[in-house]
Design a protein around this ligand. Structure first.
Ligand code: UD1
Ligand code: CA
Length: 449
């Protein structure tokens, strides 16, 4: 079935004024990923080869995001004249003649690829039109699926529905699919003589039925079709997304000590036998290899954690943090754009930025790579097996050789050869009896006042 040529049309023209945001609705994120990218990813995962995005006017931000994600075509809907009108903006793409044409909404981030595959399977089995429906106790606002003798004959929008039709609880998710050969003729037959004066995509069902075409429904779960029109609904989508991801992680052999406190991103990848302690947050772009342990209250984004490594508690891995096998990153440590090689330890109160830390190196408490001079970022290179004493500042660009030893409290501004000792701090001096003499003198002065 995946060999069938397919076109997905994602409607992303809604501004989403109820979000009360300068950001277009579909760019609001669920699991650190724009909603529109969820819809695109589900379509791709269901084997949809070409994706056309329908965007509204002044949506350069949306266009940028969807083209970066590989949208094949972007078309514009200048006026909001209804869902059928929006789909027809992609007329040129439809005319290219894909066998399957599937319409999705950019603000419905929870739809599953398997459900879309089931829809495509019905087309492959010969259906002309497939409507993805769901059953709900709260159908208000949705188009109702009107069935006669078990056959779908129409979709009735809330405003057009009779009382009897409103009592129907089988609803239109908004996702509809068409056999490529019939889609343009159906869309072109849709008019706008309804209470909203809009071209309703849903009217395609009644037209298809009257023309004797095969119209079927596929049923999905209600929670797949929740749209996010305001921040409350966005939070609801996020909660459902997180719940799913936790269940997936547990099923894949990840230990979550307190699952409900862990926050995932859509692209978080965790290997088997990873343990995630409570209150860990994954931003986008994190991969954790098997056997690693992420300890409580850590925040990771754009980071890779190697096999058997431990991170945290209270660690922050920022983009470009790349930890090898068995690396230890401890409390109040921040790593940014830094490669920490196998077995190295950075255990306490440290900032490593724009740096390499060689295998088995040991970075003492309070070490800082001074990577920024206010204008440019510079690199620090720490060799394998090096030992950096506590509270050292490594002023980049600087290179610490393999096996070198840095005395605590050093401010290192010059390269250190391999296996050398570098001490860069004021030399200690002690004066015998000085403190006692000082106290005696000061006490005498005070008493005389
Ligand atoms: C639509 C369906 C309804 C279904 C519901 C599911 C129609 C006529 N009705 O109703 O049966 O139960 O979705 O949520 O299709 N859009 C455009 N351009 C337009 C109009 C809409 O891009 O001119 C986009 C919107 O941004 C949104 C989607 O299409 O992503 C749905 O539009 P909306 O107006 O929310 O449709 P509903 O009335 O909710
Ligand atoms: Ca809607």
């Amino acid at each position: 079935m995946t060999e069938r040529s397919s076109l997905g049309i994602v409607l992303a023209a809604g501004e989403g004024t109820r979000m009360r945001s300068t950001l277009p609705k579909v760019l609001h994120e669920v699991g650190s990923r724009s909603m529109v990218l969820h819809a695109m990813a589900a379509a791709r995962a269901a084997g949809v080869a070409r994706l056309a995005l329908v965007v509204g006017p002044n949506m350069a931000a949306v266009e940028k995001v969807v083209s970066a994600a590989g949208a094949d075509e972007i078309v514009h809907q200048a006026e909001r004249l209804g869902t059928a009108h929006a789909v027809l903006r992609a007329r040129a793409a439809i005319a290219e003649g894909a066998e399957d044409v599937i319409v999705l909404y950019g603000d419905t981030p929870l739809v599953r690829a398997e459900t879309l595959l089931a829809v495509r399977a019905r087309l492959a089995q010969g259906a002309d039109v497939v409507v993805l429906g769901f059953r709900t106790a709260r159908p208000t606002g949705y188009g109702r699926l009107i069935e006669v003798d078990g056959r779908l004959v129409a979709i009735r929008e809330e405003k057009e529905a009779t009382d009897a039709e409103r009592a129907v609880t089988f609803c239109n998710s908004g996702i509809m699919a068409f056999r490529g050969g019939v889609v343009l003729a159906l869309l072109d037959a849709i008019g706008n003589a309804n209470s909203k004066g809009e071209y309703y995509l849903t009217d395609a069902v009644e037209i298809a039925h009257r023309r004797g075409l095969t119209v079927v429904t596929v049923e999905g779960a209600e929670d797949e079709f929740l749209g996010a029109n305001d921040r409350v609904q966005l939070a609801t989508c996020e909660a459902i997304f997180q719940k799913r991801r936790r269940a997936e992680a547990l099923a894949n052999g990840v230990t979550l000590v307190a699952p409900e406190t862990v926050v995932f991103a859509a692209d978080t990848e965790l290997g088997p036998d990873v343990t995630i302690e409570p209150n860990v947050v994954f931003g986008p772009g994190v991969r954790v290899a098997s056997g690693a342990r992420i300890r409580a209250f850590s925040h990771l984004e754009g980071a890779r954690v190697g096999e058997g490594a431990t991170v945290g508690p209270f660690a922050r891995l920022r983009p470009g943090a790349d930890l090898g096998r068995e690396v230890h990153i401890g409390n109040f440590v921040e790593i940014k754009n830094g490669r920490i090689e196998d077995g190295a330890k950075v255990n306490h109160l440290t900032y490593i930025g724009d740096a390499r830390v060689g295998a088995k190196a040991n970075i003492g408490a309070g070490t800082i790579t001074c990577n920024y001079d206010g204008y440019f970022k510079h690199h620090t290179d720490i060799g394998a097996g090096a030992f950096v004493g506590s509270n050292s500042s490594l002023v980049a660009p600087v290179k610490i050789g393999d096996g070198a030893y840095i005395g605590s409290g050093s401010v290192v501004t010059q390269d250190v050869p391999a296996d050398a000792l570098a001490v860069a701090r004021g030399r200690q001096m002690s004066r015998e009896g000085w403190a006692a003499a000082f106290r005696t003198r000061m006490a005498r002065i005070k008493a005389a006042k």
